[in-house]
Design a protein around this ligand. Sequence first.
Ligand SMILES: Cc1cc2nc3c(=O)[nH]c(=O)nc-3n(C[C@H](O)[C@H](O)[C@H](O)COP(=O)(O)O)c2cc1C
Length: 192
Amino acid sequence: MDEQLTDKIKLIWENAKSHSPLRQKSAVCVSTIDSAGFPQSRFVDLKEVDQRGFTFCTSYNSEKGIHLSQNPKISLLAWWDHIGYQIRVVGKAEAISSELADKFWFTRSKNARVATTCFKQSEVWDPAVSMEEQYSAALAASSKPIARPNSWGGYTVVPDSIEILKFRTNRVHLREQYSRDGSSWNMQLLQP
Ligand SMILES: Cc1cc2nc3c(=O)[nH]c(=O)nc-3n(C[C@H](O)[C@H](O)[C@H](O)COP(=O)(O)O)c2cc1C
C-alpha cells in the first residue's frame, strides 16, 4: 500500500479500537479457499497494519494454514459498526518472519501461550479426554519463558485491492475502491 492509503486505514483502525464497545476490539474475518473450492471464514485478531499489508497470527498447521499453503489467496473483512466503516481486502497471504512471530508471541498472555502449545489447532479432539484437564496440567508444568513453537506464526495479507466503505443511514454509502497498479494505487468510487 502507498503511504497515504496505509495512513488512512491505520487511522480508521485506531479510531475503531479506541472507541470500541467490544471486548475483542481487533477481530476481523479472514476467508481462505478449501480444497473443494469453498471459501472458509473465521475471525482472527488483526495485529498490525503497515505498508506491506494486514498481519494476523495463527498456527501454520491449522485448517487455514493448510488452505494457505495450497492457495495463498485470501480475503479480510472488518465491520466497525460504532464508526460506520467496512474495510474489505483481497490479496495473498505471506508468512511473517520468525523474528516478527517471536515479537507477537511474547505479547501474548501466558495462558494463551500454554493453550497454543498444548493443543493442535483445528485437529479433531477425543471427547474422552478433558480439554480443561490437559490445559491445567500444561499450565502447571509450563516453564518460563514458553518458547514459540515453529508451527505458530502469522501471515500478512498483502493486498491487491481494498475497499473502504463509509456507511450512511440513507444507504448512499461512500465506497472507495483502491487497486494496485504496479507500484502505485488507483482509487475509484463505486455506486452504493
Ligand atoms: C474474536 C475472535 C478472535 C480470534 N482470534 C484468533 C487469532 O488471532 N488467531 C487464530 O488462529 N484464531 C483466532 N480465533 C479462532 C478462529 O476463529 C478459528 O476458530 C481458529 O483459528 C481455527 O480456524 P481454522 O480451523 O479455520 O484454521 C479467534 C476467534 C474469535 C471469535
